[in-house]
Design a protein around this ligand. Structure first.
Ligand SMILES: Cc1ncc(COP(=O)(O)O)c(C=O)c1O
Length: 378
C-alpha cells in the first residue's frame, strides 16, 4: 500500500551503519555516547539505538524525562538554565546533572542528592561555520568561561564542553582537544568524567575513525577520565528522508515544483542556516530543471533545485535526503499544514507508521475542547 505523504522515512538499516561506528568508539576508545535528544527524539527507534549507545542527553526536563522513559541507561540532564521546581524531578530520573553556570550549580547542588554534578565550560574555541550556532561566539552564555576555583570544583565530578558544529575535520578536532587538555589540565586531573559534547561528524564514510579513537583513548588515559560524546546528527545522519508528493508545477521564468511539504514547517534548519536540501534521484545533466518549493505562504519556502531526464508532474514523489536531524523536533503548524507522518523501516523490512497527525492535533495545539465555541459562535 502506498503511504500518504508527506512522511519522514527512517531506515533502521541505514541508522545501524552510524550506530556500529559509535559502538566501535565505545569498544576501542572507551568513550561512551549519549544521544542528544535535541537533534532527534523519535523514540520508536530507541529500542535499536539503545543497543549501541549509553543513554541520552537533554536540554530540558521533558527531554530528560523522555530519555528516562523510553531510552533508559544513562540520563544526562543539562539546561541553559534550570527552574527551581524542575530540580526534584530531574534528581529522580537523571544520572548526571550538568549546570550551565556557577550560580546555578551553587544554588541547586544541595538539592541534587547523590546525583553526579557537572559544569559546562566554555573553552572559547570552537568549530562552526555559523555564527548562530557558535557556542564560543562573543558574549556566549553557553558555559563558564573562567577556570573554576576549588570551591566550585569540589561540587562537581565532571564537566561538559560543546564546541563543535558539523566538524568533519579530524586535524582540527585533534588540535583543539590538545588545547583544551592544556588549558584545563589541573581541573581535568580532578574530575571523573568529561563530556566533549556533539557536533563531530565521526560516523561519516570519509572520517578517519581509527585516528579519532586513538585520540580519545590517549586523552582519557592522560587525565584518567571517562569520556562522553553527545552525538546528535552523527547518530542519525543519512538515516531519514522526507517523502513528498508534487502537487503543482508553476512557471515564472523558471519551472517551479510545489510539493506537499514546507521547508519552514518540516525542515526548518535548512532555512535557518540558508542551506539547500539534497533531493534524491534525478540526473545532474537532465533536460528538465526545477526549483523545488514548499506549499506554505512564505515566498522563500524553497527546498532546492532538481534536474531530471523526464518532466515532473503532479502525483510524482520526491524524497528529500538527510531529513532526520533537527527536523521532527522542530516541526510546527505554520499555515496549518499537516505535519509529516513518521514511518520506520525496520531492520526486517517491515514499515511501521509510528505517528500520524490530524486536524485535532492542530486544533488542540491552541486550546482545549473546554473552550470550544467560546464566545457564542456556532
Ligand atoms: C550540548 C550539546 N550537546 C550535543 C549537541 C548535538 O550536536 P550535534 O547534533 O551537532 O551532534 C548539541 C547541539 O547543539 C549541544 O548543544
Amino acid at each position: 500500500m502506498k503511504l500518504a505523504t508527506p512522511y519522514y522515512l527512517i531506515d533502521e538499516a541505514r541508522l545501524l551503519k552510524n550506530l556500529e561506528r559509535i559502538q566501535l568508539v565505545r569498544e576501542q576508545a572507551g568513550a561512551k555516547s549519549v544521544l542528544a535528544l535535541k537533534c532527534f527524539s523519535t523514540w520508536p527507534v530507541f529500542s535499536l539505538m539503545r543497543q549501541y549507545m549509553d543513554g541520552t542527553t537533554s536540554s530540558s526536563l521533558y527531554e530528560a524525562r523522555l530519555g528516562y522513559e523510553e531510552f533508559g541507561k544513562e540520563v544526562h540532564a543539562y539546561s541553559v538554565a534550570f527552574a527551581e521546581e524542575e530540580i526534584d524531578e530531574l534528581s529522580k530520573i537523571s544520572d548526571k546533572i550538568i549546570f550551565n553556570s556557577v550560580t546555578q550549580l551553587k544554588q541547586f547542588a544541595g538539592k541534587t542528592g547523590q546525583l553526579a554534578r557537572g559544569l559546562r565550560l566554555n573553552p572559547q574555541v570552537s568549530y562552526s561555520e555559523y555564527d548562530l550556532a557558535d557556542p564560543a561566539r562573543p558574549y556566549s552564555r553557553l558555559g563558564v568561561v573562567d577556570i573554576p576555583p576549588p570551591e566550585v570544583t569540589e561540587l562537581i565530578s565532571g564537566a561538559m564542553l560543546h564546541y563543535n558544529c558539523e566538524n568533519d575535520d579530524f586535524d582540527n578536532f585533534s588540535s583543539v582537544l590538545e588545547e583544551i587538555g592544556e588549558r584545563y589540565a589541573d581541573l581535568l586531573h580532578q574530575l571523573d568524567w568529561l563530556s566533549l559534547g556533539g557536533g563531530v561528524f565521526f560516523t561519516g564514510d570519509d572520517y578517519p575513525l581509527g585516528k579519532f579513537i586513538e585520540k580519545l583513548k590517549a586523552f582519557s588515559e592522560q587525565f584518567d577520565l571517562q569520556l562522553y560524546l553527545e552525538p546528535g546528527e552523527a547518530a542519525i545522519t543519512e538515516s531519514t528522508t522526507l517523502v513528498t508528493t508534487v502537487l503543482d508545477v508553476v512557471h515564472n521564468e523558471r519551472d517551479i515544483v510545489i510539493v506537499d511539504s514546507s521547508i519552514e514547517a518540516h525542515m526548518l534548519d535548512l532555512l535557518t542556516y540558508q542551506e539547500k536540501a539534497h533531493i534524491k534521484g534525478g540526473s545532474p545533466s537532465g533536460a528538465f530543471h526545477y526549483i523545488i518549493a514548499g506549499r506554505s505562504c512564505l515566498a522563500g519556502d524553497i527546498f532546492g533545485e532538481y534536474r531530471s531526464d523526464i518532466p515532473l508532474r503532479p502525483g510524482d514523489q520526491l524524497q528529500l535526503a538527510d531529513a532526520g536531524g533537527y527536523t521532527m523536533v522542530k516541526m510546527n503548524w505554520f499555515n496549518g499544514l499537516k505535519m509529516p507522518s513518521i514511518v520506520v523501516k525496520r531492520l526486517n523490512g517491515r514499515c511501521d507508521t509510528v505517528k500520524t497527525f490530524s486536524y485535532q492535533d492542530f486544533k488542540q495545539s491552541f486550546g482545549t475542547d473546554a473552550f470550544a465555541h467560546n464566545g457564542g459562535f456556532g
